[in-house]
Design a protein around this ligand. Sequence first.
Ligand code: ADP
Ligand code: MG
Length: 319
Amino acid sequence: MPGEFEIIRNWFDRKPSIDGLRTGIGDDGAVMHSTADSDQVVVTDTLVKGRHYPADAAAEDIGYRAMAVNLSDLAAMGAEPRYAFLNLSLDEPTEEWLDGFAEGFFSLAERFNVALAGGDTTRGPETITVTLIGDVPESRALLRSGARVGDWIAVTGEIGRAAAALECWRAGREIPDALDRAWRRPEPRIAAGLALRGLATSCIDVSDGLVADLGHILEKSKVGATLDADLLATDASREAWPHRPKRDFLFSGDDYELCFTFAPDDEQRVRDALAKSGTALTVCGEVRDITAGFDVKCDGEWQPATEFAGWDHFRGSEK
Ligand code: ADP
Ligand code: MG
């Protein structure tokens, strides 16, 4: 089993050449140049073996996911990814595991021009924390708090695929390709997040389930909403599970799509911007006064959103 310094040197110290990184891995801290006219967005997410990924998950998928879930948070903020920090707690990593992990991790890091600038490596129960730093022009970050009454609500891509894949896995069935990709290799919506700067009034990435995450926007923005989930296509999930209701997939999480609000007057600009970034979108709801509450239509029936809650780690179960 390789030791701590060998792990850092052989698998993670890649000396990236990126403007602004003055000192990366190898000193006590990373030194990054900052400019006066941009804001920095910092996101961090921890993956615990057996909780956020199956104990027998491929190392490459784990490395990919650790980077992807953080990129998704930066996307939701409208930020451009720059630097990564990687904190690894590992049981008994084999060289094969480290090869796979690094492959998945750096495949995304390189695609999105992220420099691994530091981290920490310790022995312990397998837990992976990635921290990313991104840039956004001053005061232009997309927040959860900006939704206004009358705004429309939209989501990117197709919600529910990861949940449908997970159901296949649990049932011991073969997972169709489109679902498997969404589950194991979620595509961070960075281009969409950048395209939505100045257009979206609020934004969040859908990691805990659409209703739960839209609920966060509503709470922060102090508004209510209607969400017509029947407008959301679930073709890929339906193919695998033709007889199950939409609600079984739509509100489960791990989608890593963006849910955002915008002024109806900007609809064409939003559609053009997302088309340019190569991202599909569906308009599926409207923001209303907080006193009107939050209602969701699914499988033909309107119900209060509380009927469709998401995942809460401390409660430890799906409601
Ligand atoms: P210190 O003892 O000062 O904390 P470490 O020995 O933990 O230093 O780390 C040495 C260098 O390696 C630091 O630059 C640190 O950021 C980097 N590093 C450690 N682990 C990782 C990792 N998993 N990924 C990337 N960089 C790492
Ligand atoms: Mg250290």
